[in-house]
Design a protein around this ligand. Structure first.
Ligand SMILES: [Fe+2]
Length: 248
């Protein structure tokens, strides 16, 4: 549990931030058994209940769609969402839950843009992630294709792509092109390592982050979220006025 070491860092801890200031989470894996997130309906309900207790009012959950590993479709995702919503209702847990997806950018994704079957949320926002090894050669054309077809791209966890660490200007270029950058809250407690944390903080300092997500897969991630709520950078971003989570 990498964020545990953060508990012992000498850094001023603030009062846990009020998550109703964020309102909506835009990135999580809470549909049971269709990706590497929630393992059962019970698991999903427990995590959603905790989100509600933390102060979130709405959850947009985003199962992985990857042509090799997670061959999810709107049917598997929305079918799973229905089961989750029914169970929430049965247990009288009152929180808004929607689903979209976290699309992995490989060569199979771009041809699907025109088909109109990609899952989005809010103002036709489409959440996508990159491979961790290198920037894919079709990134620019994919973004162009999305935008010309009326989608607004959101890049998931930009702070996790090591290939950008020495080219920070790439983040600015993406943002200037109209790509929203979605930070993972757990990056602020070092969950993905010290470098990702440093980049996360710089992205906040430079005003490049417009969405915050939990990227919650399991209960351990939620414990990390609780810790993140006491971090000065989390407070800084929450009060920056830049986050669009509130509009959803
Ligand atoms: Fe994710």
């Amino acid at each position: 549990m990498s964020w545990l070491s953060n508990l012992f860092k000498k850094e001023p801890a603030l009062e846990p931030a009020d998550l109703s200031l964020l309102k909506t989470d835009v990135h999580s894996h809470l549909i049971p058994s269709i990706d590497d997130g929630s393992k059962s309906l019970e698991d999903s309900i427990n995590m959603i209940r905790t989100f509600k207790e933390m102060g979130y009012q709405k959850i947009i959950t985003t199962p992985h769609v990857m042509s090799d590993f997670y061959k999810n479709t709107p049917e598997t995702i929305l079918g799973g969402l229905e089961k989750v919503k029914n169970e929430l209702k049965r247990q009288n847990i009152d929180i808004e839950v929607e689903a979209a997806a976290e699309y992995y950018l490989d060569e199979t994704l771009e041809p699907q843009v025109k088909g109109g079957k990609l899952l989005t949320f809010g103002k036709n926002y489409l959440l996508f992630e990159l491979p961790f090894m290198s920037e894919p050669p079709n990134l620019a054309s994919f973004i162009f294709e999305l935008q010309t077809n009326g989608y607004t791209p959101i890049l998931a966890h930009p702070e996790r792509y090591g290939f950008y660490y020495k080219e920070f200007e790439k983040y600015k270029e993406l943002s200037e092109k109209g790509v929203h950058l979605q930070l993972n809250i757990l990056s602020l407690v070092g969950h993905y390592g010290p470098e990702a944390q440093k980049i996360a903080e710089r992205l906040i300092d430079e005003g490049l982050i417009t969405f915050l997500g939990s990227d919650c897969h399991n209960v351990m991630h939620q414990q990390g979220l609780q810790l993140a709520r006491t971090k000065p950078y989390f407070h800084k971003l929450l009060t920056s006025g830049r986050l669009k989570n509130l509009e959803l």
